[in-house]
Write a new protein. Sequence first.
Length: 168
Amino acid sequence: MKTSSLLSITAAALICAGCEGNGPNTQNGAVAGGALGALTGAIIGNNSGGHNGLAGAAIGGVVGAIAGGTIGNSVDHQNGTMYRSEDQATTTVAVEAVPPPPPPPSELQTAQPTPSAVWVYGYYDYDGYHYNWVPGHWEIPPPNAVAFVRPHWRYRGGTYVYIRGYWR
């Protein structure tokens, strides 16, 4: 598979995945699905006779992230766990000193899929142990939302508390 075809598939997948919304199950589903898809794709690609483990991992990772994010998003909508305020997005992660994230990777903004889609720049999500990169993507905001607030740390009562990204 040519690199340009692989990049086209990846860009299309990020556009579709980004339109899912934002909530804890969406994020966790996309990360878990991407990891499992990459592993499965690498195994299948490597065993297909052509030794295409890298291409299989890339395609599997994208497909897995879309599937995991879509399933997680469905759960977020059913449970009403779409983050709409800082209070909703506040985690239980509290630290005395904020751990510094690694430098962000470069990212390419793709074409806007619909006029209502908003570009959410890539960011690091903190799970209590380490940072996980969430690539930039297009999202259709929830009703009455006007802006995406990036994840951040807030000083409260002597410790820093991690606030996930949310729509306001």
